[in-house]
Design a protein around this ligand. Sequence first.
Ligand code: COI
Length: 354
Amino acid sequence: MIAAMDILITKAERSKLKELDLNDLPFGKYFSDHMLEADFQNGKWQNIEIKPYQPLLLSPSLAALHYGQAIFEGIKAYKDPKGNAYIFRPYDNFHRFNISAERMKMPSVPEDLFIEGMRQLIALDKDWIPTKQDHSLYIRPFMFSSDEIIGVRPSDTYKFLIILSPTGPYYGAPMRIYVEEKYVRAAPGGVGFAKAAGNYGGAMLASAEAKKKGYDQVLWMDAIEHKYVQEIGTMNVFFIIGNSAITPNLDQGTILEGVTRSSSMVLLKEMGFKIEERPLSIEEIMEAYKSGTLREVFGTGTAATISMIRELRYKDYVMKFEVEKWKTAPLLKEWLADIREGRREDKYGWMWKI
Ligand code: COI
């Protein structure tokens, strides 16, 4: 166990908080006063410190910069109307972090370091949690290999950090999505299920090309048949067809197991939908659109929360939706926000009090 005394805490001399308007925040641009940093050396985690947010001094030969042995998580902290601070489902992200670590041949991070370190960091920077609706403190734990060697092999040393960013909504308006045919994100046996940094770097060309065509993001297809939908940019995807809420199944290892995805399945079930985790082809989606049974399409993610899709384009076929008339995605978004922001009872044990 890491007791409080095992984390060395150095407080910032002055807070930057007064310089910031917590009511007007882009995603991921501002960072709180402190960060957590730890080193994996000689087979154990050490030098665990919470200290003022500051640059790192890194060697140009740092292994992570060359071969991408780097993973991360995204978690959010909220305040309830009484001012109590909570983290949303931190253990789910902690478990996923170590699944990513294993896949990338990195050491696991113990619960005491990840969860207790995060708790102490947020307790110190609690005032950075915005209280405006749909705003939160985004928590970014990450780890990278830190050996100074350009030989291709797993590092012996690693750095683990947690930084905090007060943030507003990731995607403001309902989105236009381009169904990607040329590039693939992940193949069976690959690293698609891991939150590996390179998964995001590898997706940037496709999303930039989609943006040039006037779309906000891409919907990835499977790597083998280019037939089954996978996930959207930074989100999992749901299709409401008839009375079913359908989301692609995870067993090929090509899709990130989203925490908001799993929370959404619980709430959609409570709303009365049949939950289907299964392969879903673009043909089936187009057929449902033509027959009028495709009711709603939306993305789910920690950063993105619930993001409605107002247009989906596959080749030359364009599916347009009247999102103003939708009931499910707006209700799901509001329901989740109410639980997170403490306006509705948390029956599920998702909110973890700091
Ligand atoms: C998240 O939703 O937390 C993500 O990690 C997506 C993105 C901001 C990289």
